[in-house]
Write a protein that binds this ligand. Sequence first.
Ligand code: AAL
Length: 404
Amino acid sequence: MKSKYDTKGFPWHLPPTRPERDLSQAMERLYNKYPTPRPEDNPLFTSFKYTEVKGFDYGKRDGKISRRDPSKIICENGRYYIWYTKRDTISPPRGAELCTDKIPSMDWDLSEIWYATSEDGFTWQEQGVAVPRPKKPALGWRAVCTPDILVWKEKYYLYYQAFEEASGTKGDNCPVTVSYADSPEGPWTPCGHIVVDNGPEGDWDQYSVHGPYPMVVNNQIYVYYKAALGVRPDYLVGNGLAIADDPLGPYTKHPLNPILNSGHETTVFRFGKGIAAFAIRNGIEANTIQYSEDGVNFDIAAVTSLMPVGAGPYIPDIFTSEGEGQGFTWGLSHFCDHKAVNNKFSFLGRFDCDLQNKIPRSKVANNTDVIHDPSVFFAQGLSDELRQQRSQEAQCIALKSRNS
Ligand code: AAL
């Protein structure tokens, strides 16, 4: 029977451009949906390498000291600056029921915003607190956390989550506020009001505006953020966008929000003529790097793995609208032992990648063959209950097969 398709075999050498022949949907997508057919040629594909950093003390690593959710990194006065959530409490997190004025509910409860500097990005010196918790009832009295930095007209703005109740009391409910300074060293002045607020009742972001991530696009301030839709643990995380002409607002949320359908934490960067973003987890497009011409309408540009959690990259051109976006190659992210029960804390580490907008790619980009130690797989074990259930199901089938 004659096939309705052009049946000549697909070439052994992957053609760099779409070959003139019928293609399956997957091969069609390879040429039409992605920037290049081979991941290693695609400037938005990268693998990630991780290095432990020096300079942060975690005491006895018993959950009392935690550092997480680092900001973007900036380079000024001959050194790199980073801000992050720091918790130093009398006990590890104990959940919303057991928390007190001194005992945290979650890893980021009762936290402050601290900063550190480095000359090489591997060894850091913790400098001290940038934004302390203000006295009750000022905004953020319960916790200030998850900061990010904007440099705008020679001033510095820290955006962060400001809690007025322990996280976990009613979800992870907090709006975003800002402190500003004339130098990255501070002193920081709280603006004292909500700058990006939760959405109206019933909207996708009604309970949270998390991980505010300011950058400059077309001489305006774009603040990307994330919010969780639905009830934990089966929730989805979307990313939204709020735009303003002044760092302190007023901000207008984009009418097409959410603009990413997946992606815990926000990592966005200028890339070529457009804007790229990470979608790391929680959602159908987890483990992707996405691209948009306009910062709003994103498409998957690359699928990758082992993406940095809460990434704070060093992006030299993040606060300018000039020229094409050059991308970035490194940053800090956080790590947490989620299985820890009584000593949960997070710590900062470094990631390297190759998201520079240029060819040839560096060795860091690697390919999609990311091999993990077997312990990584077995760390994702079945719960005892599921293991028992699976074992009983298998035994039933085996028994039936014996009796038939
Ligand atoms: C983080 C972020 C936000 C959440 C909590 C602290 O990873 O998603 O900042 O509120 O966890």
